[in-house]
Design a protein around this ligand. Sequence first.
Ligand code: HMG
Ligand code: MG
Length: 302
Amino acid sequence: MAETFPAAVRIVEVGARDGLQNETATVTTDTRVELIDRLASAGLRTIEAGSFVSPKWVPQMADSAEVLRRVTRRPGVSYPVLVPNLQGLEAALAAGVTEVAVFASASEAFSLRNINCTIADSLKRFEPVLDAARRHGVRIRGYVSCVLGCPFQGTVPHDAVTGIAGSLLSQGCYEVSLGDTTGAGTPRAARAMLEAVLRIAPADRLALHFHDTYGQALANIYACLSLGVSVLDSSIAGLGGCPYAPGATGNVATEDLVYMLHGMGIETGIDLPKLLAASAFISQALGRRPSSRVARACHRSA
Ligand code: HMG
Ligand code: MG
């Protein structure tokens, strides 16, 4: 039987957060603001703008309040930020956010390294965060990290992933993004993990977040796309990685994802030439080539 794919996909652009949080070159606040504005004008409707975490842990995101203040807020565009605790939420509310994301891990070892607490403590810590966010009418997204393996403990069982995803949804997250933090996952493993999560959650409450460390992200997405998930996270120019996942590189590049989806006849609402201009802009600011294959191919043929 022919596979069916969604007619349209919503892309969650994470380059200005997941990407820039892991770049060693510091970009100015102006650059981050211009990047976000360019991404919005390319048609992205969900653009992670930063995180309200400890500046000692992730100094690259320390100017997130200033970024939010300066970004041109376009109607219909959401600019979520990551918050690990109530302190982060309060700072995010003061900066006028309308959407936040909390992040938990399916791996105990990664949770300790990334947010300095156990998985159980992190879920407990989210309760007042989610309550306060709800009271302020702020939408909450959830992340589960290490869904296809952990840089410290190796294998992560499906039960751990479904357990955390289920908790985040029952705590009130409108959507849970399943993160292959290390980028080590391969297509059959990715599909089997998603099938396990789909046994406890509907496809329209899930998103996929593949890092491309091993070059598997597009293949993993393709393998999962016919299971009904239609929200995909990606990073402009393939920027980034997680500072607490050693060796992990950026997410699948947004340009490569859009190119593949458009080639498959799947709508994204994104203007690829404008996206490529945003990719060239941030790559130049960082002084490096984009890891996007599409950006490189289009640059050669321009
Ligand atoms: P901690 O040291 O246990 O926190 O860190 P604490 O509560 O004991 O506080 C210690 C200090 O941090 C205090 O300051 C607090 O004020 C400050 P001091 O008194 O020492 O000057 N602090 C804060 N400052 C600003 N904003 C806050 C905040 N909270 C405490 N919100 C903490 C615990 C969670 C804060 C820390 O571990 C942290 O910030 N971790 C962030 C790690 C991070 O951002 N990782 C990357 C994002 S996750 C990711 O990339 C994965 C994802 O992409 C999905 C995937 O790919 O899998 C989402
Ligand atoms: Mg990530």
